[in-house]
Design a protein around this ligand. Structure first.
Ligand code: F6R
Length: 244
């Protein structure tokens, strides 16, 4: 893993955008994995700016979201499909319909997971996967205790994650869905490159485990230690519990 501490979120966004710009220069029809949540927002701002300036184009890009909440209706502002449309797809020249997510509105959620995994497999999985990390060490919505070799599945959100995400639901933890569909850890690991972004003191324990801990289902992101091309970008607060 390559691990870089940068002074602030904008510098992290630039570094992550550089990796995406480099990918798109060599492969305009790349497959990009996208994350939701607050961590990648400065990156999406930077990608929109570079696209507006003509530096990069997403016209040939196919996107795959990491995860989706179960139980939020079509068009709900916190549905991850809505989030990605608002924060990235509509701000760049990516074709409508080119950014896919698991179908959490399906009647048969297990079948929807299998279909999403197959869609990703058929696309050759992601060239580059953008990741955030939960305070409990989740990536995607792979919560502690799950298998390290999982594929796209129905997940149960940890109480900690629901408390963390209540800030997107007017502070009401009961409004945060209990279930999700998420790429599994093995699905995420299929990506040729992983770029993880973490900012803030509340990510420090998860980052210390990711960088200095053993690979363990207790801290799911640690599986990234087994990836051959993983880049971890953090600010000084997120790096503050590293001992070395
Ligand atoms: C989002 C996702 C999650 C978030 C993580 C951090 O699609 O899969 O793993 O990346 O919960 O969220 P933020 O960035 O809001 O702290």
């Amino acid at each position: 893993m390559e691990f870089i501490v940068l002074d602030h979120a904008e510098a992290i966004a630039q570094k992550a955008a550089d990796a995406i710009e480099e990918l798109l220069a060599s492969k305009p029809n790349a497959v990009l994995g996208t994350a939701t949540g607050s961590s990648p927002l400065p990156l999406y701002d930077e990608l929109a700016a570079r696209c507006a300036a003509g530096r990069i184009s997403f016209a040939g890009v196919t996107g795959f979201m990491l995860d989706e909440y179960v139980g939020l209706p079509e068009g709900h502002p916190e549905r991850y499909a809505t989030f990605m449309e608002r924060n990235l797809r509509s701000r760049v020249d990516m074709r409508p319909g080119a950014l896919h997510g698991p179908d959490a509105l399906a009647e048969d959620l297990e079948a929807a997971c299998a279909a999403y995994e197959e869609q990703m497999r058929a696309a050759g999985y992601c060239d580059l996967q953008i990741l955030g990390i939960g305070t409990d060490g989740h990536i995607g919505f792979n919560e502690p205790g799950g298998p390290l070799d999982s594929r796209t599945h129905v997940g149960v959100l940890a109480e900690q994650t629901r408390r963390d995400n209540a800030r997107f639901f007017d502070g009401d933890v009961d409004a945060v869905p209990t279930h999700c569909l998420t790429q599994g850890l093995a699905t995420i690991m299929e990506a040729r490159k992983l770029v993880l972004i973490a900012t803030g003191r509340n990510k420090a324990e998860a980052i210390a485990q990711l960088i200095e801990g053993e690979v363990s289902a207790d801290w799911p992101a640690t599986v990234m230690q087994r990836h051959s091309d993983a880049l971890v970008l953090v600010d000084p607060e997120a790096a503050s519990l590293l001992s070395r």
